[in-house]
Ligand binder design. Structure first.
Ligand code: PEP
Length: 252
């Protein structure tokens, strides 16, 4: 049985003040312990403070990115050991915004995933297709390419043992256009089969989240699908009530 996970990706949003009220609301709302795991991923500068604010709750802390290199002369970068030091458990990587806006390639994403795993952190690996790729029937080929760079290497496959995958169709991120539950389920099943071809036990235990305009109103029908094990939530993770409704839907 896979325990559902709901991870909130705050992206580059918020302030100390909004972080405080968001965390207070989430803690209060989750007090009646839901049967899902919940994580929040604030911007780097708020990680330490959010960690302190989360004290006494089961909510895990995650980062939105990390360097694949160890500490050293890499101005502006953040290392895995720093994330561990401030109490992170998860790291999002391969998000479509990082792939599209910061030129992150499949190979760099694989290097990051291996570094995250080696440090003892848990990767949340985002994969997903562009609208034109879906419309030209290339969804599975794109997702396969993003996964195969890891599945086809010994180190990558080892690091995947510890990884959560987030299927995020790029056309659904921040657009209000959610994949239908069946569209999402089809890709989730494809991902699980692709992993199973290399390691059946890993495929069975691996959590595969859906991300892309998940809201309180559509979470339950998405999470009801057999291969959807929770969600990676952007915009709705900045609103306490919405986020709590999504966490509740995952727990049911
Ligand atoms: C995301 O950024 O990972 C995401 C899924 O965003 P949104 O929920 O806003 O579509």
């Amino acid at each position: 049985m896979r325990k559902p996970l709901v991870a909130g990706n705050w992206k580059m949003n918020g302030s100390r003040e909004s972080a405080q009220s968001l965390v207070a609301g989430i803690k209060e709302g989750l007090a009646s312990a839901v049967a899902a795991e919940v994580a929040i991923c604030p911007p780097f500068v708020y990680l330490s403070e959010v960690k302190s604010l989360l004290e006494g709750s089961e909510v895990a802390l995650g980062a939105q990115n990390v360097s694949h290199r160890g500490n050293g002369a890499f101005t502006g970068e953040i290392s895995t050991s720093m994330l561990l030091d401030v109490g992170c458990k998860y790291v999002i990587l391969g998000h479509s915004e990082r792939r599209a806006l910061y030129g992150e390639t499949d190979v760099l994403v694989a290097e990051k995933l291996i570094a995250i795993n080696a440090a003892g952190l848990k990767p949340i690996l985002c994969v997903g297709e562009l609208l034109e790729e879906r419309e030209s029937g290339k969804t599975e080929a794109v997702v396969a390419r993003q996964l195969d760079v890891l599945l086809n290497s010994v180190e990558g496959l080892a690091a995947l043992q510890n990884t959560v995958i987030a299927y995020e169709p790029v056309w659904a991120i921040g657009t209000g256009m959610t994949a239908t539950p069946q569209q999402a389920q089809d890709v989730h099943a494809f991902i699980r089969q692709r992993v199973a071809a290399k390691d059946a036990a890993l495929a069975e235990k691996m959590r595969i989240l859906y991300g892309g305009s998940v809201k309180g109103s559509n979470a339950a029908e998405l999470f009801a699908k057999a291969d959807i094990d929770g969600g990676l939530i952007g915009g709705a993770s900045l609103q306490v009530e919405e986020f709590l409704t999504i966490c509740q839907a995952a727990a049911n």
